[in-house]
Design a binder for this molecule. Structure first.
Ligand SMILES: Cc1ncc(COP(=O)(O)O)c(C=O)c1O
Length: 467
């Protein structure tokens, strides 16, 4: 181990032991040089290493501080929240509309920076397939969708050791259609459905639209959904489906351990409840290996695994899918009744792009860039936001979850921020209760520059003013 690594480890251990607490100022570089007898270069290198790991943050003209401790988020009450008439769509619609305005710093957006997508290659694919007769015919795209695309998707499952037949895959307009059709396939109006608290707002919108009742089961930022609370919900209510995220959950960012995914499947199978698994962020993992979906442990056919290319390749093509198990036929029927089919040229263009075999190297680059950008955004937030604000930096994906003091309302902050052309996604969008109103989600996929830095400084000022 090099000298600077030894010093970095020593300081990290001191932080772990509580010698230095979150928000504490560390000895200056000069003081550390004097204590340790090491060179200025070595000490500076050690501090930079700790900074890049997110253990400490630099504040200009002030020095280095211990970063807010991840996991400071208070555990939410373990009780399951019941909501017989979900009524959130108007609020979500208004926030999303305001966030989409031109010139707004899009911290509230759910989509990654589109400049990270391989646009010229996709355009070439689109141009190539547009010349074919299949592109203008709807026949080959009717449910379940283009055969070559379903085979390509099945092969990506196979690469993870998961056996999914192309026959159970239905190609959809993004994951959102896959999720909505899946929910509709396994429920009838008035049924109870389990969601996480907090959860992706699309789930709440779907429940509202289909007149379903919500049971919101608490989720922890590190451990994910509370399985004991889930069992309580299943034992006490005639639940028909669970809509859950197992990898890179939106908005908290957690990924369930393999063991927990197995336990989840065993629990749902015991109660005969369908799992709608929303796995749109699975390609944006941290670490070496792509995490498996819970679906990998299900042999009952009752897991509908939904995903898309929207977060990893191209959002605007609107290509997603569901591996619907024993519900595939019902999903196809519902799709035929609603959208008829997913756009032919877009399906063909994705097939053409996948055939170039560039997808995996694009994904490696994308993951690396997103991790760097998230780290930069995290550092900036830690530098500027008041010390009582906690920034949760999960591994993977591109969202940060920011926790204000409980007396503050992130919806009010969102309104004030919009006056300054900055959007955030307030906690109210992700819940049927009041539990997360003091939190917000921040999209950290954007290249970090002066505009983003200034936006964070403005957010910090608004927080200090108590908006
Ligand atoms: C958790 C989650 N699921 C599903 C979707 C919808 O994905 P798509 O754009 O493929 O419809 C999103 C998009 O924001 C999302 O964040």
């Amino acid at each position: 181990m090099k000298k600077y690594q030894r010093l970095a480890r020593q300081i990290a251990d001191q932080i772990e032991m509580g010698v230095w607490l979150p928000g504490d100022r560390l000895p200056s570089l000069r003081e550390q040089v004097a204590h340790s007898g090491m060179s200025f270069m070595t000490v500076s290198h050690a501090y930079q290493t700790l900074e890049s790991q997110g253990t400490i943050v630099a504040r200009p003209q002030s020095g280095y501080y211990v970063a807010p401790r991840p996991g400071a988020l208070k555990r939410q009450p373990v009780s399951v929240m019941r909501d017989e008439a979900v009524d959130i769509n108007t609020y979500i619609f208004e926030v999303l509309q305001a966030s989409c305005r031109a010139n707004v710093v899009p911290f509230g957006s759910a989509f990654p920076d589109p400049r990270l997508f391989p646009l010229s290659q996709l355009n070439r694919s689109l141009a190539r397939v547009s010349k074919t007769a299949t592109a203008v015919s709807v026949i080959d795209s009717l449910p379940p969708g283009n055969e070559a695309l379903r085979h390509a998707i099945a092969r990506r499952y196979a690469a993870q050791g998961i056996n999914v037949s192309p026959d159970e895959i239905v190609v959809t307009a993004g994951a959102l259609e896959a999720l909505n059709l899946s929910l509709q396939a396994v429920t009838a109006p008035g049924d109870w459905v389990v969601v996480e608290s907090p959860c992706f707002y699309g789930a709440l919108q779907a429940l509202e639209r289909l007149r379903l009742k919500a049971l919101a089961v608490p989720a922890d930022i590190h451990e994910g959904i509370d399985l004991a609370a889930l069992e309580e919900a299943l034992a006490n209510n005639p639940v028909k489906a669970c809509w859950l995220m197992t990898n890179g959950q939106n908005p908290l960012g957690f990924t369930l351990s393999a063991e927990k995914k197995q336990q989840l499947i065993a629990l749902l199978n015991r109660y005969g409840v369908a799992l709608i698994e929303d796995d749109v962020y699975s390609e944006l993992y941290a670490g070496r290996d792509k995490p498996l979906p819970a679906r990998a442990w299900d042999s009952s056919g009752n897991t509908l695994h939904c995903s898309s290319f929207s977060k990893s390749l191209v959002a605007g093509f609107r290509i997603g899918w569901v591996a619907a198990g024993k519900h595939a036929r019902r999903v196809q029927q519902l799709q035929l009744m609603s959208t008829l089919s997913t756009s032919s040229p877009m399906q063909l263009a994705v097939v053409d792009y996948l055939a170039t075999r560039r997808y995996d190297s694009h994904l490696r680059r994308l993951r690396r860039t997103l991790a760097e950008r998230k780290q930069q955004a995290y550092q900036a937030l830690c530098r500027h936001l008041p010390p009582e604000v906690v920034v949760h930096n999960s591994s993977g994906g591109y969202f940060l979850w920011v926790e204000l003091p409980e007396t503050m309302d992130a919806s009010a902050l969102s309104e004030a921020a919009l006056q300054h052309q900055i959007s955030i996604a307030p906690g109210k969008m992700f819940t049927t209760s009041l539990a997360w109103h003091h939190c917000f989600r921040l999209n950290a996929s954007w290249a970090w520059g002066e505009r983003e830095e200034q936006a964070v400084i403005t957010l910090a000022r608004l927080m200090r003013e108590g908006r």
